[in-house]
Structure formats: C-alpha cells, structure tokens
Design a protein around this ligand. Structure first.
Ligand code: DAH
Length: 368
C-alpha cells in the first residue's frame, strides 16, 4: 500500500466522528495494525536510496496522526468527566414536607424578639457586651470581693489562661457585667448630663450566660436580659413600676400576680427577687394554685460601690438594675416545664409553637 492509501485509510477511520473512550479504543487498535504498522513497513521495504525520504514522510504523517488522536482523546476525557460529575450529583437538600413547621421560630428566639420589642417600647436602649469577661467585670466591679461567699453561688466556667493576659477570664455567669461596661463608656459630657438630671440612662442587654449546672430548670448555657436605669431621681417606686410594666406587657395580661421577695445580690442594695404566681405541675404551668411562686428575675437599687467602681459618682446618681432568664420567662408563657427542651435540636418541638402563647386563654379560665 502507498503512503497516500494509508493516509486515506486513516481518514476513513473517522476519528472526528467518535465520541467515547470506547470508540477511541477500537480506533486505536485499527490505527496501530492497519495504518501505523504498514507505514513503518514502507520504510523497511523502501530501496536504500528512497529510505531516507520515505522515512521522513512516514515520520511526519505518524506524528500528525498521533497528535490528532491525542487531541481527540483529551477532548473526550473532558466531556466524559463533566458528564460523570453531572450524573453523579447527589441532592443533599432536605425535602421540606411541612413548610408550616419551619416558619415557627424557636421559643428562645421569640423570647429575644418579644423582650426586645417590649423594652424598646418602654424606652430602653439595646446594648451588648462580650461573653468572655475578666474577673473584674464579672465579679470584682460588681462588688463581689475576692473571698466573697456569693462567688460560689455562680458555678463559674473558667477560660484557660493566656500567657500575656494576667487577669483570670471566665465565661460570663450573668449579664450584669454589661452594667459596668455601659457606665464606663459614658464620656464627661454624658456624665454631666446625668448628674444634672437633664438626662437619664435606660438600657437593656440580652445575651448568653454560662454556669456549671443542669437540671429541669437550669441549663449550663442560658440567656438573660440585663436592665439598667440611672438617673438623679431613681428610687424604689421606679423599680416597682418597671417590674409591673414588664410583667404585664410580656405576659399580655394585667391580672398576672407577682411579688417582691427580699434577697441578696452583692451589686444591689436593697435587693429583691420577683416571683410570679405560676407552678409547673403535671406537665403544664398552673396559675391558680394559691401561694405557689416561681422566680423570674433578680433586681435592686444599684449598690453605690458598683457605681463608683464603674467610674461614676454615687452621690450624684442613683439607679436600679434587673436581670432575668429568657428561657424561664418563655417556659411560663409557652407552657414548657423542662428547660432542657429549649436546648434540644428538634424541629418538632419548634413546630409546637404557633403564633400565640399556648396558655393565655387557660390562664384566664383559671381565674374565672
Ligand atoms: N445577675 C443576677 C443573676 O444572674 C441577676 C440580677 C440580680 C441582675 C439583681 C441584676 C440585679 O441586675 O439587680 O443571678
């Protein structure tokens, strides 16, 4: 066969029309046996004087055939790989069977939003501070002296020491540390306004807190809201009014009974705890049991030492503060008797929380 005939044979193999690795494999076999081998044979059988030029022509043709083949091979490999990735794609998104369930917010998130809305409407400004605190902000400035027995009331999680930080750090055990940050941040002009009585300060700071405890009404991580009100004429009456406004507003019920109980916190004097007439019983909350109370918040007049530690003059300004657990409030409002439910990742649990507090009607029924 002549070189031209072999070239023709190669064209007839129709490399162009092949579109799979399998096609290529059979073309490759035929190419070796029926084209390339006979081409090399042409060199062998050429007369000595033609050998060189035949060799060159064969070499060139072989080079271009192999290049063509290689290019096609790469093309097909790319196409096949892309196809494989498309065919092999797994849809990892969860089919949504009940969209209604998903629209419900987790009760804690609802709690944040409800409290945010209510306190903002009562004139409180939203503030935040960090979850990791130094001993100073969590304890010292709040009038817990180093050996103060009240420190043991807080089962503290300590943060591993860092070389260049001298001070011991803790996961904040309460949001009260925010009080110190807020007071420290006041500049001279704001302090003057506060002392002159032209302005007062009214903030709330919600967020996570941590304590080493866990049972049906305590969780190692829980959320609190701190409130701080400072002004020249703040007194126990202002404190009492604030509690009433909050409880009636939050439970959307002016009949709900609450009481102040004398208590102790190092950072307030006098100190109180506020209980509402609610009891978890037989898997739900009851509001009609005489003399059964559930603690929802701690509060008091800000201790002069705290005002001083935060850089203000306790002779010139007074204040009250309060701290409450968001989960505890939501448990009562939404009829949850075990706080741990609020920390389980269960969409079904969320699904049970619709648009209305479950027990408001029941509460009214209990009263009538
Ligand atoms: N920080 C207290 C706690 O976690 C709660 C509290 C009590 C906050 C009295 C206050 C307060 O602001 O005045 O137990």
């Amino acid at each position: 066969m002549t070189l031209d005939a072999l070239k023709q044979k190669w064209i007839e193999l129709n490399l162009e029309g092949s579109n799979s690795t399998k096609d290529l494999e059979s073309i490759s076999k035929i190419m070796q046996v029926d084209v390339l081998r006979p081409m090399r044979d042409l060199i062998k059988s050429a007369s000595p004087q033609d050998k060189r030029s035949v060799g060159m022509q064969v070499g060139e043709l072989e080079k271009s055939i192999l290049a063509e083949f290689k290019e096609k091979q790469l093309n097909i490999k790319n196409i096949e790989e892309r196809q494989f990735l498309t065919d092999d794609r797994i849809d990892i998104t969860l089919p949504i069977e009940n969209v209604d369930k998903i629209k419900n917010l987790h009760p804690t998130t609802r709690g944040f939003r409800e409290i945010y809305k209510l306190l903002s409407s009562l004139g409180y400004h939203y503030k935040q501070s960090s979850l990791i605190e130094t001993d100073f902000y969590n304890f010292e400035a709040l009038n817990f002296s180093k050996s103060h027995p009240a420190r043991s009331m807080h089962d503290t999680f300590f943060v591993a020491p860092v070389d260049n930080l001298q001070e011991r750090r803790v996961l904040r055990t309460h949001t009260s540390s925010t009080q110190i940050h807020i007071m420290q941040q006041l500049d001279d002009k704001q302090k003057k306004q506060l002392y002159s009585g032209s302005h007062s300060l009214k903030i709330f700071a919600p967020g996570a807190t941590f304590r080493n405890e866990s049972d049906s009404t305590h969780s190692p991580m829980f959320n609190q809201v701190e409130g701080l009100v400072l002004g020249v004429d703040i007194n126990l009456y202002s404190l009492k009014l604030a509690v009433k406004q909050f409880i009636h507003g939050f439970f959307q019920n002016d009949d709900i009974k609450f009481r102040f109980r004398a208590s102790y916190f190092p950072f307030t004097s006098p100190s109180f705890e506020v209980d509402i007439n609610a009891t978890p019983k037989d898997g739900s909350w009851n509001f009609d049991i005489e003399d059964n109370w559930f603690e929802i918040l701690g509060m008091g007049m800000v201790h002069p030492n705290v005002i001083k530690n935060a850089g203000l003059d306790p002779e010139k300004v007074k204040g009250f503060a309060f701290g409450m657990g968001i989960e505890r409030l939501m448990m009562i409002k939404y009829n949850i008797t075990d706080i741990r439910e609020l920390f389980r990742p269960s969409q079904n649990f969320n699904g049970n929380f619709g648009s209305y507090p479950v027990n408001l009607d029941r509460r009214k029924r209990c009263r009538s």
